[in-house]
Design a binder for this molecule. Structure first.
Ligand SMILES: [Zn+2]
Ligand SMILES: [Zn+2]
Length: 120
C-alpha cells in the first residue's frame, strides 16, 4: 500500500531534526519547524490553503512526542499541544527536504505549470 518504508527512525534533539533512513538507502533529515509547517492534519492543510496562515509561537515547533501509528505512519506531538498530524511514510518521503528531492519536486511543479491539463 505504501511505496516507501523506513529502516530506521530517530529523533536528534540536539540538532532538532527527525532522521529517517529508508529501506531503499535514501536518507532524510527533517527540521522540526519544517515538519510542523507541513503538518498534514485537516486544520493545518486548511490554514495553509488560505493566505492567512495561523501565527505559531516557538513552542509550536518543539517536538514533545512521537508515536508510531500502526506500521504506516508517525504521530507527532507538538509543544503547543497540537497532536493531530499523522505523517505517513509516503507523505514524509514526499516532503523530504534534501537537495535531490527538492529538485525533483521543483521539476515536477515546473512540468505541471508548463502543461496545464491536456496537451493539444
Ligand atoms: Zn496540524
Ligand atoms: Zn530526499
Amino acid at each position: 500500500m505504501y511505496k516507501h518504508s523506513p529502516q530506521r527512525v530517530r529523533v536528534d534533539y540536539p540538532r532538532q531534526v527527525l532522521v529517517i533512513d529508508w529501506t531503499d538507502g535514501h536518507h532524510s533529515e527533517y527540521p522540526f519547524r519544517y515538519l510542523r509547517e507541513q503538518c498534514p492534519c485537516a486544520a493545518c492543510v486548511k490554514d495553509r490553503s488560505q493566505n492567512t496562515p495561523k501565527i505559531l509561537l516557538d513552542v509550536a515547533f518543539r517536538l514533545d512526542g512521537i508515536a508510531p501509528v500502526g506500521n504506516y505512519a508517525l504521530n507527532l506531538i507538538w509543544g503547543d499541544g497540537h497532536a493531530h498530524g499523522i505523517y505517513n511514510w509516503d507523505y514524509l518521503r514526499d516532503i523530504c527536504p534534501c537537495p535531490e528531492c527538492t529538485a525533483a519536486r521543483e521539476a515536477r511543479a515546473a512540468q505541471e505549470a508548463a502543461s496545464p491539463g491536456e496537451e493539444t
